[in-house]
Design a binder for this molecule. Structure first.
Ligand code: F6P
Length: 543
């Protein structure tokens, strides 16, 4: 598909945007709002229970028109259809990209290599639901007959970040007499602290790994097995205390887990797009199959919106295009994710993998160097904590940092005036960023002359505000899918493969080599630069 699409810089809309940006740079949002009384209600869009206000961006109608034209000239609609119909758009791995099939209703049919994958998806969901119900009700017993009280998910990257984020996000709906713990780091402290105080007889380990070869996960899984055996002293206990979530049945069996106790998924699900596959088993045990299915419905609703809504009203498309706009025309390096919802505290961390592993690419699909900057750095913290930490730089620093504010009309934990205060802060921050405070306004407050420059807020700093009714499983699904498809939109503009991750490989290979050197009794066969060789020598001497 990429062959038929012109290089980014020669797409007419791109050229148009390059000229156009010169007219936008000097414009102040303050003036844009003044001259257009409808702007705050017009530049909004709504879908799947999510209301997006994108009026506080450095754009005009002309900008949006050009961005949408760019999307069309970049083949967004064709690429989108290629994804939804199971074409192998992850070209460097020759794989389809079908996380959308994970939430497709049973009535749909999506084919990969001529085979409908939807029935398989539902088969696994049913198996997960049966298992989750048994664990939740206590029907599934540990080896010594005790019910499971602790669920430990062992996984890393996509096999960890999604499950942790979803567990935290949906804790309100979780079975509270159970304990959910997540182990990811190969740092032994992670495992040691996770199982501290737990009884092995009441603990179920979910070993989650798409490949079932990831060093960190396998190391933690072996340590978990040793830990469980220390108290239960019988290999037969493994069948009651370990289940696997993977695409690699052979490696699962080799580890000693009965493949009856394995929940499968497929190579067309990328790790960072897998939290709604069997990788979400911990989520399902926590919130129950019904809530999990509601979350899938939320994902699916956003999939339908993304696939069918005109680009100008399409939430993920608008958000993706705005990210391209700031990244490539304003040299923005980062994008802040600021959820004003404590339950979304791990959402920025989850989005880091989703966005940065997807769009941190330096060549286009045909292997040529990209012509522009690609994926920005995503980061963030829940409000209002960030306000007392890094917001200073967003307000008065020298960098342009587009922000996504996320808030809810209703809190799940009503407590006095807390929620009104929280939401007042969302609106205040977005307002302050956009409109700032001039020297005249500062002076009028009687501020001494010398302090005036320090108290001026330049303003003109862009943000989106996303509002929703309440954080439910369904809403969470739609919110995640919103970002998934925004990432997709960005990737299509840049002409990159958003679904591979070759950049993580070199470090893995070198770590394996260095581990051998660290553990060997022989003199290191120094094949490194002098810095690395010296650091390894120091470690060997002092460990
Ligand atoms: O190394 C990166 C990565 O491959 C991620 O893309 C993935 O989510 C993570 O490792 C974990 O992989 P696995 O699920 O195969 O253990």
């Amino acid at each position: 598909m990429s062959e038929t699409i012109a290089a980014l810089s020669s797409r007419a809309a791109w050229e148009g945007l390059q000229k156009h940006v010169a007219t936008i740079r000097p414009q102040q949002m303050k003036e844009m709002f003044k001259s257009d009384p409808e702007r705050g209600t017009r530049l909004t869009a709504e879908a799947c229970g999510l209301f997006l206000d994108y009026s506080k961006n450095r754009v005009t109608d002309e900008t949006l028109k050009l961005l949408v034209e760019l999307a069309k000239q970049s083949g967004l609609e064709q690429h989108r259809e290629a994804m939804f119909t199971g074409q192998k758009i992850n070209t460097t791995e020759n794989r389809a990209v079908l996380h959308v099939a994970l939430r497709a209703p049973q009535s749909e049919s999506i084919k990969v290599d001529g085979e409908d994958v939807v029935p398989e998806v539902h088969k696994v969901l049913d198996k997960m639901a049966k298992f989750a119900d048994r664990v939740r009700s206590g029907a599934w017993k540990g080896y010594t007959g005790k019910r499971i009280r602790n669920v430990v998910n062992i996984g890393i990257g996509g096999s960890d970040l999604g499950p942790v984020m979803a567990y935290e996000a949906l804790k309100h709906y979780a079975q509270r007499d159970m304990n959910f713990v997540f182990v990811s780091n190969v740092d032994g402290t992670d495992f040691a602290e996770a199982v501290r105080g737990l009884s092995a007889e009441e603990t179920l380990f979910l070993v989650a790994s798409k490949t079932f070869t990831t060093l960190e996960t396998m190391t933690n899984a072996h340590s978990a097995r040793d830990w469980a055996m220390t108290s239960m002293r019988d290999e037969r206990a493994i069948a009651k205390h370990f289940v696997a979530i993977s695409t690699n049945a052979e490696a699962v069996a080799k580890f000693g887990i009965d493949t009856e106790n394995m929940f499968g998924f497929w190579d067309w699900v990328g790790g960072r797009y897998s939290m709604d596959s069997a990788i979400g088993l911990s989520t399902m045990i926590a919130i129950g199959p019904e809530n999990f299915r509601a979350m899938l419905d939320g994902f699916h609703a956003m999939d339908v919106h993304f696939r069918t809504t005109p680009l100008e009203k399409n939430l993920p498309v608008l958000m993706g295009l705005l990210t391209v706009w700031y990244t490539d025309f304003f040299d923005a390096q980062t994008q802040a994710i600021l959820p004003y919802e404590q339950y979304l505290k791990r959402f920025p961390a989850y989005l880091q993998q989703l966005t940065m592993e997807s769009n941190g690419k330096h060549v286009t699909l045909d292997g040529k160097p990209v012509e522009t900057q690609t994926g920005p750095i995503y980061w963030g913290e829940p409000g209002t904590n960030g306000q007392h930490s890094f917001y200073q730089l967003i307000h008065q620093g020298t960098r342009l940092i587009p922000c996504d504010f996320i808030g809810f009309y209703k809190t799940l934990n009503p407590l006095g005036r807390h929620h009104d205060m929280l939401m007042a802060n969302v609106f205040a921050q977005a307002e302050a960023l956009a409109f700032g405070k001039t020297a005249e306004e500062v002076k009028a407050e009687g501020v001494p002359e010398a302090l005036v420059p320090h108290k001026v807020f330049e303003g003109n700093r862009p943000s989106n505000t996303i509002l929703a009714e309440e954080l439910t499983p369904k809403l969470l699904g739609s919110l995640i899918a919103l970002y998934e498809h925004s990432v997709f939109t960005q990737g299509v503009m840049w002409g990159i493969d958003s679904f591979d991750q070759w950049g993580v490989e070199l470090g893995k290979v070198l770590a394996t080599k260095i581990l051998g050197e660290i553990e060997s009794k022989d003199e290191p066969q120094v094949m490194h630069d002098t810095s690395t060789a010296n650091l390894i020598r120091m470690y060997r001497e002092h460990k």
